[in-house]
Design a protein around this ligand. Structure first.
Ligand SMILES: Nc1nc2c(ncn2[C@@H]2O[C@H](COP(=O)(O)OP(=O)(O)OP(=O)(O)O)[C@@H](O)[C@H]2O)c(=O)[nH]1
Ligand SMILES: [Mg+2]
Length: 375
């Protein structure tokens, strides 16, 4: 009979091929000192790992137990309705212990050096005795599943540091789903006691806005001379940034990077600042050799000091939390509308009438909403 490999118990249910470990079949007769796999075990094999209770999750996270931290995040990321309720209660109890870290978002096009930079910055902060968590928001990984493994290997040194914690992006669902999970993971990490949260996202448009809405400082990594055709995209994203960091300013590229910095600084004068009272500027660094990494951290610290003194920091966090609430309300309403049986029933007919010009769009809206509201 062909042997079908089993997955170990600790692999999260939603995990994909990034978990390559599998339980393999034992050899006949058993290895030296091992049980004969062909005969039943004397005792049934150990139970699946027991689900923790709400209290165990909360106490474990607050006590700084990394295993519990990982399990709590798995709970938060779970799509099972039973886990959802439990996760919400865990979060409710952790909430009073959150909010004390600085949240930094990092974005940039693929290959700009985000992972290299995060590792360099993370190690620098760990050396200073800070505890750093790295999270990723990557809705595209639902399709590719690629970046997760790449990042784990790329941040090898940081991953080994006991003061650091790296969590790949939740890899299932829509951007909305990924966002909720990431925000909640962020809160769990804060309650655990990380001082700095670095949140990486790929530069693919929508996810930047999302990450901007959950961080205090938003850093855009760039390359010098990355082609004028990109300028259009950059402007919108540049307006979200609190700092522009031109990476790979090393070797032959250094002079060009300094030129680009001056050019961007001129351009930034004409853009609306992302944060009230803070002038976004361009800086250079080499994530590869570490030059400029300490300096950009000083910029972030200055930003924190200034915005906390002016009250802008707190104001933004309060607005972000309300935005989060209403984003979830909107998602809920949209879902409930499109899943409504009555709406589904008449939708095709209404759509047809509208596109054929028999029904004005406004009437279509009224018809659909009336159906929805009538229950
Ligand atoms: N010369 C030089 N190379 C760098 C620097 N930073 C990163 N690189 C290289 O650029 C390549 C891409 O770096 P990553 O850190 O993987 O870039 P990324 O932005 O995380 O890429 P994605 O995860 O694909 O979005 C790697 O080969 C790095 O070694 C730098 O400061 N200088
Ligand atoms: Mg990367």
């Amino acid at each position: 009979m062909a042997y079908k490999p089993k997955r170990p118990d600790w692999v999260p249910p939603s995990a994909g091929s990034e978990y390559t470990t599998q339980i393999v079949e034992g050899v006949e007769g058993g290895h030296d000192g091992l049980r004969d796999q062909t005969k039943p075990a004397a005792r049934p094999p150990g139970p699946r790992r027991r689900r923790l209770t709400i209290d165990e999750y909360v106490q474990g996270v607050l006590a700084g137990d990394r295993n519990v931290l990982a399990q709590a995040i798995t709970l938060v990321e779970s799509n099972a309705p039973a886990h959802f309720e439990m996760a919400q209660e865990v979060l409710r109890q952790l909430l009073p212990h959150t909010g004390k870290s600085i949240r930094v978002g990092i974005t940039g096009v693929p290959g700009v050096g985000k992972s290299t930079f995060i590792e360099a910055l993370g190690l620098h902060l760990c050396e200073q005795g800070r505890r750093v968590a790295v999270l990723a928001v990557d809705p595209s990984s639902t399709v590719t599943r690629g970046s997760i493994l790449g990042d784990k290997t790329r941040m090898e040194r940081l991953a080994q540091d006991i003061r650091a914690f790296i969590r790949p992006s939740p890899s299932s669902g829509t951007l909305g789903g990924v966002t909720r999970k990431s925000r909640e993971t962020l809160l769990v990490c804060e309650a655990f006691g990380f001082d700095v949260l670095l949140i990486e996202t790929v530069g693919v448009g929508q996810s930047e806005t999302t990450v901007r809405s959950m961080v205090d400082f938003f850093l855009l990594l760039m390359l010098s001379g990355a082609g004028d055709e990109l300028q259009g995209i950059k402007k919108g994203i540049m307006e979200l940034a609190d700092g522009l960091l031109i990476n790979k300013a090393d070797g032959d590229n250094k002079i060009r990077a300094l030129g680009a910095k001056a050019e961007y600084n001129r351009a930034l004068h004409y853009l609306a600042p992302s944060t009230e009272g803070w002038q976004t500027r361009a800086y250079t660094c080499s994530a590869a050799n570490g030059e400029g990494v300490h300096e950009i951290w000083q910029v972030i610290e200055l930003f924190q000091a200034q915005t906390q003194a002016s009250g802008v920091f707190e104001k933004r966090r309060r607005r972000q939390i309300l935005d989060w609430v209403y984003t979830m309300v909107e998602e809920h309403l949209r879902k409930s509308f499109f899943e409504h049986a009555g709406v589904k029933h008449i939708r095709e007919e209404v759509e047809h009438a509208v596109v054929e010009g028999h029904m004005p769009p406004t009437v279509a809206v009224q018809t659909l909403l009336k159906k929805y509201e009538d229950g």
